[in-house]
Structures are given as C-alpha cells and as structure tokens.
Design a protein around this ligand. Structure first.
Ligand code: IPM
Ligand code: MN
Length: 355
C-alpha cells in the first residue's frame, strides 16, 4: 500500500490561493513519481472568512489542523481588516497553539536569479536561519496604561524561557550537523545591550555547543549580522536567533536570495504538526491576475516533503525549480516573470516529471 499523508491546506487571502494551486500541482507530480499519496483537506481561514463569519480560528479548526500530517499555508492578510487581527488571530495563534517553535528559513540564491548584492553569486549565498517562533517579543506580554493621554505608558516584553531557548538552540545544532556543509552555527543576538535575554541565549549556546564538537560556533550582534549578510553572506552556514531578530533578518535574507517570489519557510514542531508557507504575504494588488510567482509556495512544498521524510521527492522539486530558473523565466518578481503564475507551475511540473 502506498504511503498516504493528510495535508491541511489553508490557501488564505490575496494571491495565497493562486500560488497554493501551483504548489499542489507540483506536490502531486512529485508524489506520483515517488509512489506516495497526498490527501488534501481545505480550510477557508483568512480575511474573507473573518469578514463573513467573524471567526478567526475555531477550536474545532485547530483540532482538525493538529490531526493532519502537515499544514500548507498560502498567505494571511487582508486590506479590509485592521493590521494585527488576522496575523495575531490566525498565523501567530497557529504557531503558538501547535507549538511550532522553530521557523526555518533557507536563504539560497539559485542560479539564474539576480541578487542586489554586487559580485555575489550562488556559491556565496546559501545559509539557513533558525528563528525561534513562540517566544520573545511575540508573546503579547506587556500592556499599556493611560492610553491616549499625555501620561501614556506602553510596555512590550521579550519573554525568553530556558526551555524555549534551549530547544531552539539544540534544533539549530542538530540541523547544522545534518545539513553537513560548513558546519558552522552563528548565534545572532544583542548581548551588548539586551543583557538579560541574550545572556541567557549565550550561556545556553555555549553549554549546548560542548555536545557538538564537530560544529564551529560564532557570535554576531544583530546589527552587525545585517551588515555581514550584505557584505560577506558567504560567512554563514546556519544562524540561530530569537523571534523578532529572526523576523527582521529573514526579510533581508529574502532580498539577497532574489526576493519574496522565491523565499519559503517552515514553522516546525519536530514532535507535532508543522506548517509551510511562502514568506511573502498576500500581495493583494496582484490578486487574481496570474502575475504572482508561485516558486516560493512550491519551495514551501519542498520543505514540507523534506520534513515529512520524503527527501527524494523534495530533492526532485528543488531540482525542477532550479531547471526552470535556468530557463526562460525573466525575473522572480511578481509581474516581471514574462510568464504567468500557472505557466511557472506547469514548467516546474514538466521538469519534475521529465527529470
Ligand atoms: C513572518 C511575518 C509574520 C511575523 C507576521 C505576518 C505576523 O512577518 O512570517 O515573518 O512577524 O512573524
Ligand atoms: Mn516577517
């Protein structure tokens, strides 16, 4: 009997459904070739659903999602909903409730994709950011007093638990070992100013490092990392950092790898259900035009198969994407591809089936 995986699909808002359709196309081709099956269950979460029903994320939905083998997410974000409501009520809520404590974001420049970095090529830009995904400034801890008055006080606290920091750092060491490239793990923090939070991160990092003598370790402050990612991206192999810094440096990472059209990530719970997404958002101005690049969603599908243990099928997807990028696609940016969203998906599927 062929192995079957149940995939919960959340196409979401804006261009989410368009890119997810292409991702599913490619996933199905990879599964057929490898001899396993993917059963999809669609969930209508997002801005439209919220505006229609007032519901963000029902308890029932969370329990159904947590029963899946993986979640495949398009994008959450709607111009008709105040910023923060959908992001907090759906995306962050899922990350927290499903305890997806790692946000894994590969930064890789493929051949045929242009980077804004002068004199840098695919050999120089190939690293992975391991971002903590359930703590830090994202927990919502804090509050405000006397809102709207001249005496207003706003406090937003960064929560860093020993357990949360340690499991993230351990994941990063393990990942770096498994990746087996330069075997170098860089801690990105701000030990010169955030002397409580990053003192904890640094101590745990040094402690766990003793169990991984094969991994070289390094430290850089977040501001310096932003400089090095532009000046010497080839220095990095795996970077581990907290939630907020990880959010910021992975947008910088997405730009140096060619743009949001190609950047994918995984929200990982190594012992539970993980969720994979293109990191670019819902791009409302391109909705329904067939101009958005589906490659980020397709690469999110690749990460999903890799995490499910289907490494060969995942490798085929990546190779097919690389073939398409070496071909006649003009640019990875939305509207500048010289091809439509579904033409790009078709080409990846054809390359995969041929290869
Ligand atoms: C991301 C996004 C989210 C984040 C937003 C939409 C809440 O920017 O996945 O990086 O800040 O984590
Ligand atoms: Mn972000």
């Amino acid at each position: 009997m062929a192995k079957r995986y149940s995939i919960a699909v959340v196409p979401g808002d804006g261009t989410g459904p368009e890119v997810i359709a292409e991702g599913v196309k490619v996933l199905d081709a990879a599964a057929a070739k490898a001899g396993f099956a993917l059963d999809y269950d669609y969930f209508p979460l997002g801005g439209e659903h919220y505006l229609d029903t007032g519901e963000l994320l029902g308890a029932d939905t969370v329990s159904k999602l947590s029963a899946a083998d993986a979640i495949y997410l398009g994008a959450i974000g709607h111009p008709g909903v105040k910023p923060g409501i959908l992001e907090k009520g759906i995306l962050l809520e899922l990350r927290f409730q499903l305890d997806q404590y790692i946000n894994l974001r590969p930064v890789r420049l493929y051949e045929g994709v242009s980077t804004p970095l002068k004199d840098k090529g695919p050999a120089d830009i190939d690293f992975v950011v391991v971002r903590e995904n359930t703590e830090g400034l994202y927990t919502g801890a804090g509050g405000c007093l006397k809102r709207g008055t001249a005496d207003e006080v706003a406090v937003q606290e960064s929560i860093n638990t020993r357990k949360g920091v340690e499991r993230c750092i351990r994941f990063a060491f393990e990942y770096c070992r498994r990746r087996n490239r330069r075997k170098k793990l860089t801690l990105c923090g701000k030990t010169n100013v955030l002397t409580f939070a990053f003192d904890l991160w640094q101590r745990v990092f040094d402690e766990v490092a003793t169990e991984y003598p094969d991994i070289a370790t390094d430290y850089a402050n977040v501001d310096a990392i932003c400089m090095w990612m532009v000046k010497n991206p080839e220095w990095f192999d795996v970077i581990v950092t907290d939630n907020m810094f990880g959010d910021i440096i992975t947008d910088l990472g997405a730009m140096i790898q060619g743009g949001m059209g190609i950047a994918a990530g995984g929200n990982i719970n190594p012992a539970g259900v993980s969720m994979f997404e293109p990191i670019g958002g819902s791009a409302p101005k391109y909705t329904g035009q067939g101009k958005i690049n589906p490659l980020a969603a397709i690469l999110a599908g690749q990460l999903m198969l890799e995490t499910l243990g289907e490494r060969q099928a995942a490798g085929w997807i990546e190779a097919a994407v690389q073939e398409v990028l070496r071909g006649d696609i003009k640019d990875v940016a939305a509207g500048r591809m010289g091809l439509s969203t579904s033409q790009v998906g078709d080409r990846v599927r054809a390359a995969l089936s041929r290869g």
